[in-house]
Ligand binder design. Structure first.
Ligand code: SF4
Length: 337
């Protein structure tokens, strides 16, 4: 059985014509798959019974439901998904707030990039999520209609799964009706793919920087070796067409490592003139690393130093720590309870 959920409107239209039906049937399928009320094939009542029967003989909808949900004291929910085909696991985190309701989605099950501060890295390379698996994290959760913002900051590096990430973004913005200003893709910056991503999608970008010094950045973010932050920043600076795109620099201050005034000064220097803001992310200690989170007073001093240098800087409020749903903690583990 082939799954329909995850096919793009173009692919659904091709499927329709390949079966000898008008393109319009492809558009009807698109609506039933991605707009409420979602329907199983037999319930798509504006498609003829004969066509529905033919479809159901070879296709299923295939939207994946979460296997498990854990709720934090602060209202954050972590959903675990598991592929029935190969058992691959991945997570989405739903974060309600006063003004917005953000959903953090995964693009891969596991990740090959080996960042020292990240639990997903411990799973190793894993595999890319399909378009349907990415979209299921949004449309299969009970509070899906409340979601106002989506961030690709869960498990995996979205640019390592660029084709499926772009197809999912296209469906989210062009079919589901989410604004491009309400979606952010977070990346450690894979140079060979970043430009292609920026050309193809107008959504917001978040770049994980974590140190302005190459050697130091490489020590906790190995991808720096082939993807130097300075080259990425310079590429962003030279892209005139991106002047209106909102770019965030993500920076985890680690105690005694990258949280000094010297770091703040150098960061200010390399970011000068860019339309960006820095988001300082309090880190949640994970086992098996000597990294320690910076003291909140030090983080505040770092923020003030950047602001003095003219770099708008915020400190992210950490959510869902008690259910391992906060930054760097996603590892696809089932509930021990
Ligand atoms: S931080 Fe992102 S890129 Fe680095 S290992 Fe974790 S998931 Fe992969």
């Amino acid at each position: 059985m082939t799954e329909l959920y995850g096919l793009t409107p173009g692919q659904l239209s091709e499927l329709s014509t390949s079966l000898g039906w008008p393109k319009f049937t492809g558009a009807q399928l698109t609506q039933w798959l991605y707009r409420p009320p979602f329907a199983e094939i037999e319930d798509m009542n504006n498609i003829s019974k004969a066509r529905r029967e033919l479809l159901a003989s070879s296709f299923t909808v295939g939207r994946l439901a979460p296997k498990e949900c854990r709720t934090s004291r602060d209202g954050t929910k972590k959903y675990l998904f598991e592929s029935p085909q190969d058992g691959a696991v991945f997570e989405a985190v739903s974060i309600p707030d006063q003004q917005r309701h953000t959903l953090c989605v995964s693009s891969q099950s596991g990740c090959k990039r080996g960042c020292a501060f990240c639990m997903t890295a411990r799973l190793g390379a894993g595999r890319n999520l399909s378009v349907g698996e990415i979209l299921s994290q949004y449309q299969s959760i009970p509070e899906y209609e409340q979601i106002s913002n989506i961030v690709f900051m869960g498990m995996g590096e979205p640019l390592d799964n660029l084709d499926n990430t772009l197809a999912a973004l296209d469906i989210l913005t062009k079919v589901c009706g989410l604004s491009t200003r309400r979606i952010t893709v977070s990346t450690i910056g894979i140079l060979a793919k970043l430009e292609e991503f920026l050309e193809a999608s107008p959504v917001r970008l978040a770049l994980s920087l974590h140190s302005p010094f190459a050697q130091e950045r490489e020590s906790f973010l190995p991808a720096e070796k082939l993807n130097p932050a300075r080259e990425i920043v310079s590429m962003l600076r030279n892209r005139r067409e991106d002047k209106r795109r909102r770019i965030t620099i993500e920076y985890i201050p680690f105690a005694g490592l990258n949280d000094s005034p010297r770091h703040a000064l150098e960061l200010t220097r390399i970011l000068k003139g860019l339309m960006i803001r820095v988001n300082l992310i309090p880190w949640n200690t994970i086992p098996g690393t000597s990294l320690q989170s910076s003291d909140p007073r030090r983080v505040e001093a770092f923020r003030a130093e950047l602001e003095r240098g003219g770099v708008p800087t915020t400190i992210r409020v950490s959510r869902g720590q008690d259910i391992e749903a906060a930054c760097g903690m996603l590892a696809g583990e089932t509930n021990p309870a």
